[in-house]
Design a protein around this ligand. Sequence first.
Ligand code: SF4
Length: 224
Amino acid sequence: MCNCNCLYCLGFNNSNETLSSYDVLKFFVDNNYNVNEIAVADGEITVLPHRDEVLNLITKNKWYATICTNGIIFNQKVFDILKVKGSFLDVSLDSGTTDTYLKVKQVDAFDTVCRNIKKYAQSGCPVILKYILMDGMNDNYNDIDGFLNFVKSVDNSQIVLSMNWHEIDDNKESDISEDRYIMYKYMVDFALLHNIYISFDINGFSQYDIKRMEKICSRVISIG
Ligand code: SF4
């Protein structure tokens, strides 16, 4: 369930799962699993039906958490979890302007999200801001500059660049275009200049591109 409608969503915004996040977490607690850290993702925690139960369980067990949220709604319990050492905020902004945010996410919330990210950052947690480049959508310097300057203005922020899952062909390894490579390099150069940590989620990258990314970035990672 989600209050957003990102073009690249894999369907978490419209899921018919029979097991809620709360059921899963409660299973771990009831069966004495040794859990310290969890990731809240794949749907929007601030609108999930079991939101308060999930957040209370995390707080009660003093888990630290990576909270993946679209940031449209600010939630005080999320803020309190982010204050726990080891917690992270993770928001995919994918734009640097209100118009492009609307096109990519299909909700008009760019300013609200930017404001909420800054509020969450006051918790002192690291803030991961993601950009998924999409052809003809957000791959222009106006948006990229807007995004980079916003990142620079957020305390403890870092950048993760990743592919649009819908562009990844599991049966074919294709290299990114030269235009896209130049944009990635532009973002990396900005980050290095301003001492902002930047990394690539290499899922979907060809071996050739992983080597190219390593050369410009030396921080390539794989998430999920
Ligand atoms: S915020 Fe996440 S769950 Fe919601 S539509 Fe976007 S990708 Fe899907």
